[in-house]
Design a protein around this ligand. Structure first.
Ligand SMILES: NC(=O)CC[C@H](N)C(=O)O
Length: 340
């Protein structure tokens, strides 16, 4: 249950940190700049040197995979990162992998890796809400916790994890729910555990398929298809949906109101697009986690639409892209939305 860093000191685990940028690698003009700064500035060697205590937890080495703010991450970036994670996971001298990442799309990358990495070795995605140059910066402790969990035996087989604000979250469930607090990352279903002074305390396990139990494998994925997201609101019309389809979207994530409901002004266009072969996936924009049910609000069986269930729109996009690399069948895709 507890990973004891001191007891493991005799045979320290080998942890690789893959750096991608974000605020955890950010720098501001003064210590008072907690929110105004430039992301993706500091290299991985400097980040590791800034937390000498990491060496008490593990034999740590770093690799700079990219240096970007995560709002600019592309599908190619995701594939590049995923392939490097798989190579390292296959390596006998690697016990755990940490990925430092901007927080804006951290939840998407964590979910993607959770779906496609065929390993039970711990994979931890971590970021920070304040740059290292700011007062009360949170990156050092978040990184320390990430390395502690990555090197611990009891994190194995639990899927991709996220360590922010002392919590251990499932990469599948976690989402950035608030963008100015260090308490930014939450899951609608709660954290899996806590990490305190390098020790992990677990309370629950993910119920959805992931990593070793997943039917997806990064090694089989050559490219990811075009999947777009269209946001709904009162007085919405079908312009965005049609434009996404015209641009070649294979699936459109409908960011619906409430239970993924669809405005009467939009329904006919979505029925038409489905007839043209575009997959229509209903998700919800409610803030603390949507829960979209099949054939509630809309007749999904009749329309041949899919529901994202509890996945938020950005996570639904990730699963749709990965699922579409395997099947074009809406029933198969719906099965995936229940199982992952
Ligand atoms: N807190 C952050 O990491 C946000 C910085 C930046 N927008 C990014 O996601 O990379």
């Amino acid at each position: 249950q507890e990973a004891a860093p001191k007891a493991e000191a005799a045979a320290k685990p080998n942890v690789v940190i893959l750096a991608t940028g974000g605020t955890i690698a950010g720098a501001g003009a003064s210590a008072a700049n907690s929110a105004t700064y430039t992301a993706a500035k500091v290299g991985i060697d400097q980040l590791i040197a800034g937390v000498p205590e990491l060496s008490q937890l593990a034999n740590v080495r770093g690799e700079q995979v990219m240096q970007i703010a995560s709002e600019s991450i592309t599908n190619d970036n995701l594939l590049q990162l995923g392939r490097r994670v798989a190579e390292l996971a296959d390596s006998k001298d690697v016990d755990g992998i940490v990925i430092t990442h901007g927080t804006d799309t951290l939840e998407e990358t964590a979910y993607f890796l959770n779906l496609v990495e065929k390993t039970d070795k711990p994979i931890i995605v971590v970021g920070s809400m304040r740059p290292g140059t700011a007062m009360s910066a949170d990156g050092m402790l978040n990184l320390y916790n990430a390395v502690a969990v990555a090197g611990s035996k009891d994190a194995r087989g639990k899927g991709v994890l996220v360590t922010m604000n002392d919590e251990i979250q499932s990469g599948r469930d976690v989402s950035k729910m608030m963008n100015i607090k260090t308490e930014a990352f939450k899951s609608p279903w709660g954290p899996l555990g806590m990490v305190v002074e390098g020790n992990s305390y677990w309370f629950r396990l993910p119920a959805k398929r992931h990593t070793m139990d997943s039917e997806f494998d990064i090694k089989d994925i050559k490219s990811l298809p075009n999947v777009g997201i269209a946001y709904s609101y009162g007085n919405v019309d079908d312009t965005a949906y049609k434009a996404l389809a015209k641009d070649g979207a294979k699936a459109i994530i409908h960011v619906g109101t409430g239970n993924g409901s669809v405005s009467s002004r939009v329904v006919p266009a979505l029925q038409e697009l489905r007839k043209d072969g575009v997959q229509i996936i209903r998700s919800s924009h409610v803030n603390n986690g949507g829960f979209v049910l099949r054939n509630a609000e809309q007749p999904d069986d009749k329309n041949d639409w899919i529901v994202a269930h509890d996945l938020n729109p950005q996570k639904a996009r990730i699963l749709a892209m990965v699922g579409l690399t395997k099947t074009q069948d809406s029933k198969e895709l719906q099965r995936m939305f229940w199982e992952y």
